[in-house]
Ligand binder design. Structure first.
Ligand SMILES: [Zn+2]
Length: 395
């Protein structure tokens, strides 16, 4: 069988940034065969400007909101954002499906190979089934009133089984957020067997912690506006939202905490009290969406100081201008210039593949994997990513 050889100014392996003296060797199907020293790699080497990297993993997206691109105003805060989403329900199924297919294709072209995608219904099933991307489907359920726990769970379970039939190892049933899922509904989700990977929107706004500490703040407006009387069943816990709901998520082996914009050291201390051998928590950063909605960035240095596992996500086109992992990397490098590029690229590739349980094939240039190749171009002289950098799929 013939081999293909690829050489860039830099070769990022999934964990290590190598120089141009290394050549990536694949077979014709893109399966990794070797990383060879240039001196031993022979001829017929394809040469690229910039970095060659394994394909990106987008750990948090909502493909089904792709038709909402540009519809929701920026910097309003989370509660007005949620209310805007609830009010923008004019699109037809056909329009929603067309927008999903375009977003899926755009992710593919920009070098994304896998997506952890939130689904509130089965509309994305068709586009995902036909897609060249690998999907992990997080079937999401919400309902803050305990009275609707059972019916909401049953509706979600039906969607879950639709996806599970085609994606048997890559479908989960997950809670939306601490402020939108009742204790009863958490209980029903947690009782589900064979649901090892979970996800939850976490501490995206300061209002979320306030709602759990004191019962005050913007979430009261949310429930007033949508006509849910919470007084009869809701009592603030006096703890952060994360610390309130963690004891309700016991079975999943892995839990993706998405956003984490207002996560504190005390939250991390509580997470550390649960050994990683029992449950691994992973911080999924969606920085462009955080800037879009709250105009605030998560405390990434705090996560680094605590050796937290980090992955990246784009969130949806309702809260982001692009579904591009490179665009997320740019925002992180601009705002946290002291974090080495190698570290951020690992979040975008190897860590993401592991988080979604796809590390057997994706995330790094290890022998036998088929992770795709993305070329990051337009670096500065020091080899760093700039606002002009681009990512293009090679394989
Ligand atoms: Zn989200």
């Amino acid at each position: 069988m013939a081999y293909n050889k690829f050489r860039g100014d830099y070769l990022f392996t999934g964990t290590t940034l190598l120089d141009n003296k290394h050549v990536l060797v694949t077979n014709e199907e893109g399966v990794i065969k070797d990383i060879a020293p240039l001196a031993e790699a022979g001829d017929n080497i394809q040469t690229f400007e910039g970095i060659l990297s394994p394909g990106f993993v987008n750990c948090h997206c909502h493909l089904e909101l792709s038709h909402m691109k540009g519809l929701i105003p920026e910097h309003t805060g989370l509660v007005p954002f949620i209310l805007s989403i609830l009010q923008q329900r004019h699109a037809t199924e056909e329009q929603i499906i067309i927008a999903m297919k375009l977003a899926d294709e755009a992710m593919l072209q920009a070098g994304i190979v896998a997506v952890g995608d939130i689904s509130n219904n089965a509309l994305s099933f068709g586009p995902k089934q036909k897609s060249s991307l690998h999907y992990h489907n997080f079937i999401e359920v919400s309902g803050f009133s305990p009275a609707i726990a059972q019916p909401r769970f049953e509706i979600a379970l039906e969607v879950y089984h639709t996806f599970k039939a085609h994606f048997p190892h890559h479908t989960s049933l997950v809670p939306h957020a601490p402020y939108s899922v009742s204790t009863d509904l958490f209980g029903l989700i947690d009782a589900l067997d064979n649901n090892p990977l979970s996800s939850i929107h976490n501490q995206e706004t300061p209002d979320e912690n306030e709602f759990f500490f004191t019962g005050d703040g913007a979430f009261n407006l949310l429930y007033e506006t949508i006509g849910v009387t919470i007084k009869s069943f809701y009592k603030p816990s006096g703890k952060t939202s994360l610390q309130t709901v963690l004891p309700l998520i016991t079975k999943p082996k892995k839990l993706l905490l998405v956003h984490d914009t207002f996560t504190s050291q005390s939250d991390i201390d509580v997470l550390k009290a649960t050994p990683a051998s029992i449950q691994q928590t992973i911080f999924c950063l969606c920085v462009n969406a955080n800037l879009y909605i709250e105009n605030k960035l998560p405390p990434i240095d705090l996560f680094l100081q605590n050796d937290c596992e980090i992955v990246l996500g784009t969130d949806s086109l309702a809260s982001n201008h692009l579904l591009s992992i490179l665009s997320e990397i740019k925002t992180i490098t601009q705002n946290f210039p002291h974090i080495p590029l190698q570290t951020i690229l690992q979040w975008a590739t190897d860590n993401g593949a592991k988080a979604l349980g796809m590390e057997d094939t994706l995330g790094s240039f290890k022998f036998g994997k088929k992770p795709g190749i993305v070329n990051i171009t337009n670096l500065n002289k020091a080899g760093n990513i700039t606002k002009d950098s681009k990512s293009v799929r090679v394989l």
